[in-house]
Design a protein around this ligand. Structure first.
Ligand code: 4GS
Length: 268
C-alpha cells in the first residue's frame, strides 16, 4: 500500500518509519511518503497560508499549493484523498478495515485555522476525524490513521497476530495479560492461565473480555451479545459473566440504599 501524506511539516513523520511500520516498509509491503506542500507554492516567498476573508484570528492554508500537490500525485490514476479534520466522520476500526483494502491513499494535513474550502471541494473525497478533540495540526491525525490502517495490511504484523481480529473475543475489549514472574509484589497470575487447559484458558479470556466490556462499554457489549449465536459451552460462560456483573450491580444498589450521609437529592 502507498500512503502519500501532504503536509507543511514532513519532518514530523519520522516515527512512522520506525518499529513495525518501518519493518513493513523495508519488506516492501508499505510505502509511506511525505510530500511538502510548500514545494508546490508558486508565490514569491513560498507561503502556504494567508489571512482569512471575513477577518478573524489565525491563517488559512492556500488552495493552490494543496490542489497542485494532490493533482501531481494523481497524474497516473485517481487516488482516494482524505482530509484529516474534526468535521470528518470519526475514525472507527470498520473504516480502517475499508481503507486497508485500497492500494493508494492521499492524506492531507491542515494546520492553523484550516484549509481554503475550495481545495477540499476540488480534491478531497472524504473527511475523517480521529476523535472529538482539537489538535494543532492534522499531522498527528494522519499518523494515527496511517498506523491503524497499516497494521491491517497482510504481513505488516507478525503472522502470530494476523488472525487476532477473527478471534472469538473480537468486538470486545481485551482481557488482561500476564507474563513471568507468577507472583509480583504479592499479586499472582489467575490460576486458569497456568494449568495449560486451553478450553479453560479460552473460557477465562472470554469471560474477562466480556466482563470489562460490560462494565466500561455497555453499548459495545450489547452489540456483541445480540450480534451472534453461541454454542452451549460459550453460552454458559456468557451467562455466568452476565450473572457476575448483575450481582455486582445489585450489591452496589444495596450499598447506595444503605448509605446514611448522602443528600436526599443524590438518591436515585
Ligand atoms: C483533527 C482531528 C484536528 C483542527 C488541525 C484545527 C488544526 C485540527 N484532525 N482529527 N486546525 N480531531 N485537526 O483536530 O483529525
Amino acid at each position: 500500500m502507498n500512503i502519500t501524506i501532504l503536509t507543511t511539516f514532513p519532518e514530523m513523520f519520522a516515527p512512522l518509519h520506525t518499529s513495525i511500520l518501518g519493518r513493513a516498509e523495508k519488506a516492501g509491503i508499505l510505502n509511506i511518503r511525505e510530500v511538502d506542500i510548500r514545494s508546490y507554492a508558486t508565490n514569491k516567498h513560498h507561503n502556504t497560508d494567508d489571512s482569512p476573508f471575513g477577518g478573524g484570528a489565525g491563517m488559512v492554508m492556500l488552495a493552490q499549493p494543496i490542489v497542485d500537490a494532490i493533482r501531481d500525485q494523481q497524474k497516473e490514476k485517481k487516488i482516494h484523498t482524505i482530509y484529516l479534520s474534526p468535521k470528518g466522520t470519526v475514525l472507527t476500526q470498520k473504516k480502517a478495515e475499508e481503507l486497508a483494502r485500497k492500494t493508494d491513499l492521499i492524506l492531507l494535513c491542515g494546520h492553523y485555522e484550516g484549509v481554503d474550502q475550495r481545495a477540499i471541494d476540488l480534491c478531497v473525497d472524504e473527511e475523517i476525524s480521529i476523535g472529538d478533540y482539537i489538535l494543532t495540526g492534522g499531522e498527528l491525525g494522519a499518523m494515527v490513521l496511517t498506523d491503524c490502517v497499516a497494521r491491517l495490511i497482510p504481513g505488516v504484523l507478525g503472522s502470530e497476530h494476523s488472525s487476532e481480529d477473527e478471534s472469538f473475543t473480537s468486538g470486545l475489549l481485551e482481557y488482561p495479560q500476564y507474563t513471568r514472574p507468577r507472583e509480583f509484589e504479592g499479586l499472582t497470575v489467575p490460576p486458569a492461565l497456568l494449568n495449560g487447559n486451553h478450553r479453560e484458558i479460552a473460557a477465562w479470556q472470554l469471560s474477562e473480555s466480556l466482563y470489562i466490556t460490560l462494565k466500561r462499554r455497555p453499548e459495545m457489549a450489547k452489540a456483541y451479545l445480540s450480534g451472534r449465536k453461541f454454542s452451549r459451552s460459550v453460552k454458559r460462560v456468557v451467562d455466568a459473566t452476565l450473572a457476575r456483573v448483575r450481582e455486582e450491580q445489585k450489591v452496589q444498589e444495596d450499598v447506595h440504599v444503605q448509605t446514611e450521609s448522602e443528600q436526599p437529592d443524590d438518591a436515585v
